[in-house]
Ligand binder design. Structure first.
Ligand code: GUN
Length: 298
């Protein structure tokens, strides 16, 4: 029997409904959450992501600004813009969409953002806080994965989670979030990467498998244990002449074969993607709640 499909779109809608309520409460107290997104260059995927984030903000009542710059923007100008946004009282979250053009160091960008407005959770201060198990902003995609597991009835506590990929956006931050002693954590975690020997023998041990290595349809049915819960983080464009755009999105998991043996699986699109955006909104609302409280007690 095919596995249950974990509907990230539906779960993210429920989360956004909850956020609307908190935003109304903030507005009643005189604060409106504000998110500034900065996009440098003309990467088509980044353009789509930024538009989706801005639209999602507007739908829940978050004030959204998008600052667009040409590909050639000098690094110093971007850093000045971040500095200005850091001081802007109406802005509670700052997001510089990655990747940035090569003249701009992503590390410098991350360090320039005020950690109290770092709704991406990339600043080393927030990464350190997370590793120390303290409340902080956590990166949106891993946070969305944890929420997706919890809200779909697949609490990772006590389970063996195998993560494929150690990238800075997903695999690296997700591992400590899943093994920390907290709600949504308490899992036994294995992180696999390009040097892992006999990958299928590891993936077959997973109760929960998270595929985040960026290789289209890499995980096949013979690589998983029957009854596994599969979270597919991949968004790979593959050519498809039957579509209007000439391509379609597929995950890192071969959905057709793996869904036959899995207990539950996320689709692509409609799985992790909408959760990432919901967590960005959630971090922005949280930032507004914290910054408003700080100001009112000054
Ligand atoms: N590029 C791909 N994913 C992300 C993300 O979560 N945040 C930012 N800022 N850029 C990205």
């Amino acid at each position: 029997m095919p596995g249950e499909i974990i509907d990230g779109k539906k779960i993210s809608t429920e989360i956004k409904e909850g956020l609307k309520q908190r935003i109304e409460e903030l507005k009643a107290k005189g604060s409106t959450p504000g998110l500034a997104a900065v996009l440098v260059g003309d990467n088509p995927a980044s353009e789509v992501y930024v538009k989706m984030k801005a639209k999602a903000c507007e739908k829940v009542g978050i004030l959204s600004e998008v600052h667009r710059y040409q590909q050639e923007l000098p690094e110093s100008e971007l850093l000045s813009k971040i500095d200005q946004l850091n001081r802007e009282e109406t802005i509670h979250g700052i997001l510089v969409q990655f990747p940035t053009p090569e003249q701009i160091s992503e590390e410098k960008v991350i360090l320039a953002i005020d950690p109290t407005k770092d709704v991406d959770g990339f600043h080393p201060f927030n990464v350190g806080m997370m590793l120390a198990g303290k409340p902080t902003f956590m990166p949106c995609t891993p946070l969305g994965i944890v929420e997706l597991l919890m809200r779909s009835g697949n609490d990772p506590s006590g389970k063996h989670v195998v993560i494929l990929g150690r990238g800075s956006l997903v695999g690296r931050p997700l591992a400590p979030m899943l093994y920390q002693k907290a709600k949504g954590g308490n899992a036994t975690v294995t992180v696999c990467h390009t040097r892992t020997h006999d990958l299928p023998s590891v993936t077959r041990q997973a109760d929960i498998l998270v595929a985040a290595m960026g290789k289209a349809k890499f995980v096949t049915a013979d690589m998983v244990k029957p009854g596994v819960v599969v979270i597919d983080v991949g968004t790979n464009r593959i050519e498809d002449p039957s579509t209007k755009s000439g391509y379609r999105l597929v995950g890192d998991v071969d959905f057709d074969s793996v869904s036959q043996v899995a207990k539950a699986i996320t689709p692509v699109p409609g799985g992790v993607g909408p959760m990432t955006i919901a967590m960005l909104l959630s971090n922005t609302v949280r930032s507004c709640e914290m910054l408003s409280t700080d100001r009112s007690t000054d």
